[in-house]
Design a protein around this ligand. Structure first.
Ligand SMILES: Cc1cc2nc3c(=O)[nH]c(=O)nc-3n(C[C@H](O)[C@H](O)[C@H](O)COP(=O)(O)OP(=O)(O)OC[C@H]3O[C@@H](n4cnc5c(N)ncnc54)[C@H](O)[C@@H]3O)c2cc1C
Length: 457
């Protein structure tokens, strides 16, 4: 018996914290978990899952239109935002219940409370106003939306946290940001029939992606009627009558809107956590600095997930939580492999990507070959939609290994999940070529790209 109340105390019951706590408890550890909001964390409660429901809802907005070319008449369709939100909430409640049950069944004790560190082994539970001690501590507090508070009137805007609980569907939305959350919500609101304007300070949206993806998504957004304003930021936000606001932009123009949406980034949730009381080192952005086993600068304090600001994705947080539990509670040192992590942007059409972007490959490899195609999918020939598909392969010209694959088009995420298996295990372009096409599909184009792309001079 140790002198501590718990072998492991986890702060934050999101993707990473829940997985680590469950596994540690399964390995026999006495585990306590504190959650200040809802068990399941960002992904389940106000991230991936509710967002995907809104994406599905929004896709119908285009689907009804497209169906006309196939003989359907869909003239008097209507949409009920409150019903969507209520149904989404029911499903989130169900998932939240499953997460709680799974933790309890594994033997972990859950505290519905904000937790802060008092010293390197003591955790203060604010809701219960008491302290508990633990031999090992896992910080899994995730991240939080960042809002530019230097902008006068910034508080008139919402973030993704509030977007899932809006009482009514806005008429006009102005989104600040050019990352995946900004793009996804711009497309969601557009598909639901709102006027949408996206304001981004940089030149290219989705700037961490391959340039062709960024260009294609920009074009598709414009085609849907989303106004995209680049190289501009919010100067100030003014309250008008009722729900109306006026957003003044740095380019000298203004936009009147009933919803202002901040999607300009997220920060690690370490503020007020008391990590300094335990001597835990943070980086400039406030992320916990960890080694490859997710260990912080203090020997028995670990951190996983978005709070470490490595790859801020749910499956990564889950895998980091699992490798932590394996290493610390199953005597099996395990590291996370960050190469070839597939990613998606649930824009409309969606993006799926894995491996090197062209510019990254050109920095690292001497000879890079590009194969790409851009076409209208068969389905759109009758629907009349002008939506296009982009597919791009980045290949090492010396070894023939496929270094990256980038897709914008229907079901891109589904395609990339499967392709990621082959690309991570080193598939070559010749093996793509040897694979027989599955006809008629969009994906067959992936194995029929024969000509290297030659940029026009
Ligand atoms: C709008 C949106 C869409 C997203 N879409 C995707 C997607 O499609 N795919 C994908 O892979 N990822 C997506 N993500 C990212 C994904 O949600 C995160 O990477 C993932 O949730 C990180 O897991 P985590 O365990 O690190 O943190 P979280 O899931 O954020 O969990 C942290 C938990 O800690 C709690 N907490 C914080 N501080 C304390 C404290 N002091 N005491 C007690 N509890 C505390 C929080 O309430 C939270 O529940 C999205 C994120 C957002 C915001």
């Amino acid at each position: 018996m140790t002198k501590f109340d718990y072998d492991l105390f986890t702060i934050g019951a999101g993707s990473g914290g829940v997985r680590a706590s469950r596994l540690a408890a399964n390995y026999g550890a006495r585990v306590g978990v504190a959650e200040e909001y809802r068990v399941g964390g960002t992904c389940v409660v106000r991230g991936c899952v509710p967002k995907k429901f809104l994406v599905y809802a929004s896709e119908y907005g285009h689907g009804f239109n497209d169906a006309k070319g196939y003989g359907w008449s869909a003239d008097n369709v209507s949409f009920d935002w409150s019903k969507l939100i209520a149904n989404k909430d029911d499903e989130i409640d169900r998932l939240n219940g499953i997460y709680i049950r799974n933790l309890k069944n594994a033997g972990a004790e859950i505290f519905q409370s904000r937790a802060v560190l008092k010293d390197e082994h003591t955790i203060h539970l604010e809701a219960e106003n008491r302290d508990v001690t633990a031999e090992k501590i896992l910080v899994a507090t995730g991240g939080a939306p960042w809002v530019d508070e230097s902008v006068p009137g910034h508080e008139l805007g919402i973030t993704s946290n509030e977007a899932f609980h809006l009482e009514k569907l806005p008429k006009h939305v102005v989104v600040a940001g050019g990352g995946y959350i900004a793009i996804e919500f711009a497309c969601i609101f557009r598909g639901l029939g709102c006027e949408v304007c996206l304001v981004y300070r940089g030149e290219d949206i989705l700037r961490y992606f391959d340039t062709d993806i960024s260009v294609q998504v920009h074009e598709e957004m414009k085609r849907q009627g989303i106004r995209v304003i680049t190289q501009s930021v919010f100067d100030n936000i003014e309250k008008l009558d009722g729900d109306e606001k006026r957003v003044h932009l740095s380019n000298g123009t203004h936009i009147d809107t009933d919803l202002v949406f901040w999607a300009v980034g997220r920060n690690p949730a370490t503020g007020g956590l008391g990590l300094e009381n335990a001597g835990v080192e943070l980086d400039k952005k406030g992320a916990v600095v960890v080694d490859e086993y997710s260990k912080s600068s203090v020997d028995h304090i670990y951190a996983v997930g978005d709070v470490t600001n490595r790859e801020n994705l749910t499956p990564v947080a889950i895998r980091e939580g699992a490798t932590f539990a394996e290493t610390v509670f199953n005597n099996n040192p395990s590291k996370m492999d960050y190469t070839f992590i597939p990613k998606a942007v649930f824009s409309q059409p969606p993006v799926g990507t894995v491996g090197y972007a062209e510019h990254e490959a050109r920095q690292k490899f001497e000879n890079v070959d590009i194969y790409k195609t851009n076409f209208r999918a068969m389905k759109n020939m009758l629907s009349g939609s002008e939506e296009r598909v982009l597919m791009k392969l980045v290949v090492d010209g010396d070894t023939d290994r496929v270094l990256g694959c980038h897709i914008v088009g229907a079901e891109a995420g589904e395609m990339i999940q499967c392709l990621a298996i082959a690309i991570k295990t080193g598939v070559t372009k010749s093996q793509f070529d040897e694979t027989v096409a599955l006809h008629p599909t969009i994906a067959e184009e992936l194995v029929t790209m024969r000509e290297k792309f030659k940029p026009s001079l």
